[in-house]
Every structure is written in structure tokens, then in C-alpha cells.
Design a protein around this ligand. Structure first.
Ligand SMILES: NC(=O)c1ccc[n+]([C@@H]2O[C@H](COP(=O)([O-])OP(=O)(O)OC[C@H]3O[C@@H](n4cnc5c(N)ncnc54)[C@H](OP(=O)(O)O)[C@@H]3O)[C@@H](O)[C@H]2O)c1
Length: 260
């Protein structure tokens, strides 16, 4: 439904009104066509910056815009989401997610209503750490969400044990956050060569290695690496195309990375 690679906005898009810092972000967004752009009111100015730039480019209809609700209480949740609609400058939100399961019981009811009213197209939940997986699992079983956003990477792979299979079983689309473990993966691979067989998988950089490993998991819909660098965005987008590793090749990729 959405391309395999999207864009995260945490930190990267929190640049306020700084015109020089906004310029490369505009170029990053220009490269997208149908891709998911993920934000949150937690990311300070990121929603406003993304909203202004997308409006300026006139590409809203070519993007899948996702944000989150991150507060407690029905009234406060509705107020916060209204602000997000204004900041991201959308009439309809493609996806509204309950950030880190904050007041998930209340917001699940509100999001269901908003979906019925056509204000949001899809609803979901997010988290980013294995300490929350028991709760994530409980909510995935208790309610029918359209999307789950969760962490998964060569540095943080625990969600593959129970969470990813459960999401697949429940027909929930999966978005992967922290695909580079906030950049930590690059630190480990720095100065190390890609294996000779990477080219056969269409892998030309470490970013593509990390992302292809993620998006080839059968439960995964897309990954949303954050970047403020247009060259990095191009690099990341290339990981969504070409050959994908099968299960045996994914194991080989894990082994090679662990041996670095
Ligand atoms: N609970 C939640 O809902 C939750 C939690 C965590 C994250 N998220 C979402 O997931 C998104 C991604 O996670 P994240 O921002 O924590 O970290 P990440 O995407 O794992 O890593 C971002 C880092 O990778 C670098 N990078 C990106 N592409 C690169 C490339 N091709 N080559 C080299 N470096 C590259 C970026 O630097 P440059 O800017 O220099 O490219 C940045 O420092 C967030 O932005 C957010 O939207 C949600």
C-alpha cells in the first residue's frame, strides 16, 4: 500500500523557522512519492516544519501523512490532534497513532470515532522499546488496529520473536521505527567493507544493507529512517527497490554484521 521506505521526522525536522536548516529538508521531501512521513506532537516543531514544506511543495496528495496523539484524556487528545491537523496542514490524516501507548484505552475509542467520521483513514499504536512489548502484545490482541509502529533492526531485533508474528496474524500493517537504532548501526560498520555478495542483493551502502534486512521481513510494511540529508534519503529509498534477501540470506546478513 505504501512504498517500503518512508521518512521519520524526530530530531531531523525539529528546526523551527531556521530557513537554512529547512532548505535540505525541502529537498528530502521532494524525493518522496507515495511514501509515509511520520511525525508526532512530541517532536516539537517537526510537525509544523513538515507541514509548511509539504504545503510549499504542493505534494500533500502524494504522501501518506502519519502522526500521533501523545497526552492523556479524551478532551486533551482531541485538542492535541486538532493542532496536529493544523500544523501538518491536512484535512484528513492518513494515519493517527497512539504514541507509546499513552492513555491507549481512551484514545482507541476516540480514534475509532474519528475513523468512522472520515477524519483519519487508519489508526495505530506505537512503541520503541522491548520493555513495553508485553503491553503492546496485550493491546494488539484486545483491539483491531490498522497499524503497529515498533522498533526492529540488526541492533534491536527482539520484536521478531512475538510482536511481528502477532501483528501479521492479526492483519496489522507494521511500520519500523529506529531502523538504524538512531544511527548506532553506522558506528559499528564504520570503515568496514560490505560483503562481496551484497551487490547481488542490490546493496550499495550500509544504509541499504540495514534497511533491506528490515523490509524483507514478511511482517513488515515499511521502515521510516529519519534524515535531514537528501543524499541519505536517496540512499535509503534505493533500499526499497530491487532484489530482497530471502530468509537464508537474512540470516547470512545477520551473521556478517555480528562478526564486524
Ligand atoms: N515511539 C515512537 O513512536 C517512536 C520512537 C522512535 C522513533 N520513532 C519514529 O521513527 C523514526 C526513525 O527513528 P530515529 O529517528 O530514532 O532513528 P533512525 O532512523 O534509526 O536513525 C536516524 C539517524 O540515521 C542517520 N541516517 C539516516 N539515513 C542515513 C544514511 N543513508 N546514511 C547514514 N546515516 C543516515 C540520520 O542522520 P542524517 O540526518 O545525517 O541522515 C540520523 O542520525 C523517528 O524519526 C520517528 O519518526 C517513533
Amino acid at each position: 500500500m505504501v512504498p517500503r521506505i518512508g521518512l521519520g521526522t524526530w530530531q531531523a525536522f525539529d528546526v523551527g523557522n531556521d530557513a537554512a536548516a529547512r532548505a535540505p529538508l525541502r529537498e528530502v521531501l521532494k524525493l518522496l512519492d507515495g511514501n509515509m512521513v511520520d511525525s508526532s506532537p512530541m517532536y516539537r516543531s517537526a510537525e509544523s516544519v513538515a507541514g509548511d514544506l509539504i504545503a510549499g511543495l504542493g505534494t500533500r496528495e502524494r504522501l501518506f501523512v502519519a502522526t500521533k496523539v501523545w497526552t492523556t484524556g479524551r478532551a486533551e487528545g482531541l485538542r492535541q490532534m486538532e493542532t496536529s491537523f493544523q500544523r501538518l496542514r491536512v484535512q484528513t490524516m492518513d494515519l493517527m497513532q497512539i504514541h507509546n501507548l499513552v492513555d491507549v484505552e481512551t484514545h482507541t475509542k476516540t480514534l475509532r470515532e474519528m475513523k468512522q467520521q472520515g477524519k483519519i483513514r487508519f489508526m495505530g499504536i506505537t512503541h520503541y522499546t522491548s520493555s513495553a512489548y508485553a503491553d503492546v502484545e496485550r493491546w494488539l490482541k484486545a483491539e483491531q488496529y490498522d497499524f503497529l509502529q515498533i522498533n526492529y533492526s540488526l541492533a534491536e531485533s527482539a520484536s521478531a520473536k512475538r510482536i511481528l508474528p502477532l501483528a501479521k496474524e492479526r492483519g496489522v500493517q507494521v511500520i519500523i521505527n529506529r531502523p538504524f537504532a538512531e544511527g548506532r548501526l553506522f558506528a559499528k560498520a564504520k570503515g568496514k567493507p560490505l560483503p562481496s555478495w551484497a551487490a547481488e542483493l542490490g546493496i550499495a551502502s550500509w544504509a541499504q544493507y540495514f534497511l533491506k534486512w528490515i523490509v524483507s521481513h514478511p511482517a513488515v510494511t515499511c521502515a521510516i529512517p529519519a534524515t535531514s540529508n537528501p543524499a541519505h534519503m536517496k540512499d535509503n529509498l534505493a533500499a526499497g527497490t530491487g532484489p530482497m534477501p530471502d530468509e537464508a540470506q537474512r540470516k547470512t546478513m545477520t551473521g556478517y554484521f555480528d562478526s564486524l
